[in-house]
Design a protein around this ligand. Structure first.
Ligand SMILES: Cc1cc2nc3c(=O)[nH]c(=O)nc-3n(C[C@H](O)[C@H](O)[C@H](O)COP(=O)(O)OP(=O)(O)OC[C@H]3O[C@@H](n4cnc5c(N)ncnc54)[C@H](O)[C@@H]3O)c2cc1C
Length: 393
C-alpha cells in the first residue's frame, strides 16, 4: 500500500476545501449543529441548506464520482470518495444523502433494470432526489430477517401493509428503499423483496420521531394498502435479501467519526487558547490522546478503501472502521463535555454555550452512531465471525 495520496488526490482535496469555504453559509453551523453523517438540519432553514449543497455537489459530479462512466460517473476510486466524505464530514457540511448516493445508486447499477437506472440514477447524481432506508421495524432491528411488513402482489402492483421505524431523514425524503415480505408464508430472509417506493403514494403515512436532541432525525412509516408498481421491484421477487445485503454493504468504510473528532480537537484547541482552563495539562493530554486515535482510524479507513479498490476488502474490514470510529466519537464527545465544565452542557440556543453548543450536540448525536447501521455488538460479531472465523452463537 502506498501511504501517499497522488497529486490528483491532493488537488481534489484542496478543491473540495475551497469549494466548502466558498459555498457554506457563514452561519450554517447554527442551523445544523454537528453533522456526523447525513444528519441534518433541524433548525431554521436547515433543509434548505441541505438541498442547496446537494445540488452543488451534483453539479461538481461528486455524488456520482465512483459510478461507471456509462451511468454518468467518472469511474473514480473508493479513495477519491473517501477524500470527499472526509472533507464534508470535517466541515459538518450538509447535502450528502448517503442512502441514495452511496447505497442505492451502486445497488441499482448491479441489480436494477434499464428502466430503473434511467429513471433514478440521474436525479440522484444531480442531488435532486432524496432517499431513506425502510428496513427496521419495531420487532426487527439487529435481527432484520424477522421483519413483518408485507407486499402482496395483485396484478401490476404490490399491496403493502406494515410499519417501518427509525428511518433516517424520512420526513425530508421523497423516496424510500423498502424491504418487505412478498411471500406471506416465508420465514426469515427467504421471501423478501427490495422495492423502490415513492413516499407520496396514497396509503403511506410518515410520523417523525425525535432523537435525544429533540430533533425529528428519523421517523416511522405506516403502510395501509399502499400500491407499489411491480416495475419498482429491484432484482428478483423473493430474492430481496441478496439485494439488501449488497445495499447495506455499500455503507462500508465510515470515516465521518474520525473527521468529526479531528474537528472537535481543532475547536477545543482554539477555545482553550482563548479561555485557558485551570488544568491545561489535562486538556492537552486528552486532545493528544484523541489526535492519536483519530489519526489511526483515518489510516485504517484509507487502507480499507485501498483494499476495496483492489477487490480485496470484505465486510468485516468496514465493520472495524464503524466499531472503532463510533466508540471513539462517543468517548471523545464525553471527555470534551467534561473539559468544558458545566457550561459545556448548554445547547446552541443559549448564548452562554461554549462553541455555540457544538459539543453538547455532538455528545447526543454520538450515542445514536453506535446503534445505526448495526450496533456495536453486531459489529463485534461481524469481526469475530467473518474476520476471525469464529462460530456464531
Ligand atoms: C441514529 C439512527 C439512525 C437509524 N437509521 C435507520 C434507517 O435509516 N433505516 C432503518 O431501517 N433503520 C435505522 N435505524 C435503526 C437501526 O438499524 C436499529 O436501531 C439497529 O439495527 C438496532 O436494532 P433495534 O433498535 O431493534 O435494537 P435490537 O436489535 O433490539 O437490539 C437491542 C440491544 O441488543 C443487542 N443485540 C441484539 N441482537 C444481538 C446479538 N445477536 N448479539 C449481541 N447483542 C445483540 C443490540 O446490540 C442492542 O444493544 C437507525 C438507528 C439509529 C439509532
Amino acid at each position: 500500500m502506498n501511504f501517499n495520496f497522488t497529486d490528483e488526490q491532493n488537488k481534489f482535496r484542496q478543491e473540495v476545501r475551497h469549494f466548502l469555504n466558498r459555498e457554506l453559509p457563514a452561519d450554517y453551523i447554527e442551523y445544523i449543529g454537528t453533522t456526523i453523517d447525513d444528519s441534518v438540519v433541524h433548525v431554521g432553514d436547515g433543509f434548505g441548506i441541505f438541498k442547496k449543497m446537494a445540488r452543488k455537489y451534483g453539479e461538481k459530479g461528486w455524488l456520482s464520482m465512483s459510478w461507471p462512466k456509462e451511468y454518468g460517473g467518472s469511474s473514480g476510486t473508493n479513495i477519491d470518495n473517501l477524500i470527499f466524505f472526509e472533507e464534508i464530514a470535517r466541515r459538518g457540511s450538509p447535502g450528502f444523502n448517503a442512502v441514495g448516493t452511496k447505497m442505492l445508486a451502486p445497488t441499482l447499477i448491479i441489480f436494477g433494470n434499464q428502466e430503473q437506472k434511467g429513471k433514478y440514477l440521474e436525479p440522484i447524481a444531480r442531488g435532486e432526489q432524496f432517499w431513506c432506508e425502510g428496513f427496521s421495524e419495531p420487532e426487527a432491528g439487529s435481527d432484520l430477517a424477522a421483519l413483518q411488513t408485507k407486499a402482496i402482489r395483485s396484478g401490476d402492483y404490490y399491496i403493502v401493509n406494515g410499519q417501518k421505524t427509525w428511518s433516517t431523514l424520512v420526513t425530508y425524503c421523497d423516496h424510500c428503499c423498502l424491504l418487505a415480505r412478498t411471500d406471506p408464508d416465508s420465514k426469515r430472509h427467504r421471501g423478501l423483496s427490495f422495492l423502490l417506493v415513492d413516499l407520496n403514494t396514497p396509503g403511506i403515512t410518515v410520523k417523525p420521531i425525535e432523537n435525544l436532541l429533540g430533533e425529528p432525525h428519523f421517523g416511522e412509516i405506516f403502510f395501509e394498502d399502499a400500491k407499489v408498481p411491480v416495475t419498482n421491484l429491484v432484482g428478483a421477487e423473493n430474492d430481496g435479501w441478496k439485494v439488501a445485503q449488497t445495499f447495506l454493504g455499500y455503507e462500508r468504510v465510515y470515516i465521518a467519526p474520525f473527521a468529526v473528532v479531528n474537528t472537535m480537537i481543532d475547536k477545543l484547541a482554539e477555545y482553550f487558547s482563548a479561555h485557558p482552563a485551570d488544568d491545561m495539562k489535562t486538556v492537552q493530554d486528552a486532545l493528544a490522546e484523541f489526535t492519536v486515535e483519530a489519526e489511526v482510524g483515518r489510516m485504517i479507513c484509507y487502507q480499507v478503501a485501498w483494499l476495496q479498490d483492489h477487490d480485496r476488502a470484505t465486510e468485516w474490514h468496514a465493520a472495524i472502521t464503524r466499531l472503532f470510529g463510533t466508540r471513539l466519537l462517543k468517548r471523545a464527545a464525553s471527555s470534551a463535555l467534561q473539559l468544558l465544565g458545566l457550561y459545556g452542557q448548554l445547547n446552541l440556543h443559549d448564548d452562554r454555550a461554549p462553541l455555540k453548543g457544538w459539543i453538547e450536540h455532538l455528545y447526543y448525536s454520538a450515542i445514536g452512531s453506535t446503534i445505526a447501521a448495526g450496533t456495536t455488538e453486531i459489529q463485534k460479531t461481524v469481526i469475530a465471525v467473518r474476520g476471525l472465523g469464529m462460530t456464531s452463537n
